[in-house]
Design a protein around this ligand. Structure first.
Ligand code: FNR
Length: 192
């Protein structure tokens, strides 16, 4: 933890798609969150090799080492993800596998983590988020229970430029990042 009151949140989208709704929501959350949070946007999910336990050691591939370093340096995580086939996208699961194993150095347990997601469908990635919550909780990440941010019919809430036009969605996103900042701050007080 840093001694200063500022905190760093690693922000990551579970979508590799250039025009991703979820990446747009992630950027909106970063843009509209005020206060003492600095965001480190991680956009190299698609560059990670597929998890291979034979490569999972102190000399892990460069991209893996970079992800591990950035997660370790962050006070918290913000993950905004689509739902793929009622679960999380393979690229996101792959990244979590790489940061979950002993050579990653125990960087996830206790890490304050906020999750959100969007879908053009009626459930707003709720099943994907349930799967993500189960995965992260099993590793010991400190996943926020509330607010739940499942942006259904998301195509109606952004304009063509990826700007969020729906005030409720914006406010839910900033409520989520505020809750994450509060959880990080509470952890600092408890460990002081
Ligand atoms: C989807 N999509 C989808 N949507 C949903 O609500 N539930 C689902 O289970 C799935 N499954 C699914 C599988 C695969 C392989 C793809 C490619 C898509 C649709 C998905 O929500 C939609 O493509 C979103 O636009 C993806 O999010 P991004 O990339 O726009 O952030």
């Amino acid at each position: 933890m840093k001694p200063s009151s500022r905190s760093t949140v690693l922000a990551l989208s579970g979508s590799l798609r250039a025009a991703s709704y979820n990446t747009a929501l992630l950027h909106a959350a970063v843009k509209h969150t005020g206060g003492a949070t600095d965001f480190d946007i991680y956009d190299r999910l698609g560059r990670l090799p597929m998890f291979d336990q034979d490569l999972d050691n102190e000399d892990a591939p460069r991209e893996v080492a970079e992800l591990r370093r950035r997660v370790a340096a962050a006070d918290g995580l913000l993950i905004v993800t689509p739902e793929h086939n009622a679960s999380i996208p393979a690229a996101l699961k792959n990244s979590i596998d790489w940061i979950s194993t002993p050579p990653a150095g125990g960087i996830l347990p206790g890490k304050p983590t906020a999750i959100a997601g969007a879908s053009p469908g009626p459930f707003g990635s709720a099943r994907g988020q349930l799967a993500l919550r189960q995965i992260l909780t099993s590793i010991g990440a400190d996943v926020l229970a509330k607010p739940e941010v499942a942006v259904f019919r998301c195509h109606e809430r952004l304009d063509e430029g990826g700007n969020v036009t729906d005030p409720t969605t914006l406010s839910l996103l900033t409520d989520l990042t505020d809750a994450l900042a509060a959880r990080i701050a509470a952890g600092r007080v408890a460990s002081a």
